[in-house]
Design a protein around this ligand. Structure first.
Ligand SMILES: NC(=O)c1ccc[n+]([C@@H]2O[C@H](COP(=O)([O-])OP(=O)(O)OC[C@H]3O[C@@H](n4cnc5c(N)ncnc54)[C@H](O)[C@@H]3O)[C@@H](O)[C@H]2O)c1
Ligand SMILES: O=C(O)[C@H](O)[C@H](O)COP(=O)(O)O
Length: 385
């Protein structure tokens, strides 16, 4: 069997050692010619896959080690009889940690407490749902918007325009869709951006085109009160430097880039491929994944809870590092092509980032009330009290 795969999928050699020939390529270069004699294609979000790309090739299985599937022509591939698998939820915890780090950073920058803000979550699936649970555990109020779920009977959801009118913070977690009743392309158009409440924090870690980036640049030029954090960009891998300059936080599509999230994505696709081939999945992530990162943490009695929370957050993931790296790259890039390549390089050479639950809390030496809150929010694991 010949498997063609994006070079940025970790642990693939280990998972697929017994599957035949594996060819690794930069994701953006994978095309019809690269898969002309491939049986299986494994990609990440930067490879667009359509039925036309696979026409006349033996490819019968396409796996994407990502949550998002907007780079795949799902109806076309289904009609062509190609099996498609994705990795739902694989890096959701990483995105939640990115959002929390944005909240902490924007709070420091604006000298306003994020714990008192009403947070609106648009799209309440794997990422948005976990974000809501985490914020709830931290005692932060949320408003949730998800019309497709509301249509299926979910309760307690509000319309987007109501959410915009009531929330201090808005975080987007929708898939990119271009047709249908609930299409998300330019969900945040100029009209909606103009009516954001004074001082709104708007965070987008879903897909770039969910916010009309041209309109956003125009609105930000007129409204210095808005604080915007963009992890995803309409013209990726090209970032408009003028838009980035107006954003409070600018990062290169790395919200979900914990090593744990990427490894889960590989494992999920390995399992899906085994199912497709009707072959037992004998390998597990636990056997193959690197074991590192677990630290222990104690909190002294009497330490303020908010300080502890900030400390835990910063220790887990600090969005300011990714923001600084993107801005340095943009400032140094002599051309648009260099900027595109710089964006991809930041993602390919991403520093090791582990998820927070690897951090154990020494419950015996910590304030029980605060320790319980941090454990409930998924920041740390801990023993008995
Ligand atoms: N920046 C990153 O690193 C990163 C990482 C992971 C996922 N993502 C993006 O985030 C998206 C969401 O991830 P997920 O795992 O939560 O997906 P999901 O499919 O589990 O949830 C998406 C939710 O959005 C809802 N939705 C669809 N259209 C909507 C609309 N018009 N308004 C409000 N809600 C709507 C759906 O009903 C669903 O509940 C992914 O599709 C992907 O594009 C980005
Ligand atoms: O949809 C996802 O899972 C994320 O956007 C994904 O992590 C993006 O990373 P990429 O596939 O571009 O490496």
């Amino acid at each position: 069997m010949h498997i063609v795969a994006d070079e940025n999928i970790p642990l693939l050699d280990e998972f697929l050692a017994d599957f035949g020939r594996l060819t690794r390529l930069p994701g953006r270069l994978i095309d019809h010619t690269s898969v002309s004699d491939a049986d299986v294609l494994l990609v990440r979000s930067v490879t667009k896959v359509s039925a036309a790309m696979l026409a006349g090739t033996p490819v019968r299985f396409v796996g994407t080690c990502t949550i998002g599937t907007d780079h795949l022509d799902l109806p076309g591939l289904a009609a062509a009889g190609v099996e498609v698998a994705s990795a739902p939820g694989c890096n959701a915890r990483g995105v939640v940690e990115y959002v929390l780090s944005c909240l902490l950073t924007l709070s420091e920058r604006s000298a306003t407490a994020w714990q008192n803000k009403m947070v609106g979550i648009v799209g309440v699936g794997e990422v948005g749902g976990r974000l809501a649970t985490t914020l709830d555990a931290l005692g932060i109020e949320t408003l949730l918007c998800d019309p497709p779920r509301a249509e299926r009977g979910a309760e307690g959801l509000v319309e987007l325009d109501e959410l915009i009118s009531r929330c201090d913070v808005i975080s987007c977690h929708v898939p990119l869709t271009t047709d249908g009743k609930h299409a998300t392309h330019h969900l945040f158009n100029e009209k909606r951006l103009r009516v954001l409440r004074p001082g709104t924090w708007l965070i987008n870690s879903s897909r770039g085109p969910v916010i009309d980036n041209t309109a956003l640049k125009t609105v930000l030029a007129q409204r210095a009160d808005l604080l915007v954090a963009l992890d995803v960009w309409e013209t990726e891998p090209l970032v408009d430097p003028k838009l980035a300059a107006r954003c409070a936080l600018a990062t290169p599509h790395i919200a979900g880039y914990s090593l744990d999230g990427k490894l889960r994505g590989t494992a999920q696709i390995y399992q899906a491929l085994c199912r497709f081939l009707d072959s037992p999945a004998t390998l597990t992530l636990e056997q193959l994944a690197p074991r590192t990162g677990a630290g222990e943490w104690a909190m002294e009695a009497g330490t303020p809870a908010d300080w502890l929370l900030s400390k835990a957050l910063r220790q887990v993931y600090d969005v300011r590092d990714d923001d600084a790296r993107l801005r340095a790259m943009l400032a140094a890039a002599p051309s648009e092509q260099a900027s595109r390549e710089g964006f991809d390089r930041l993602r390919k050479d991403y520093p090791l980032r582990r998820e927070c639950n690897l951090l154990r809390i020494n419950t015996a030496a910590s304030e029980p009330q605060v320790a319980r809150r941090l454990i409930a929010a998924g920041f740390v694991s801990g023993g008995e009290f």
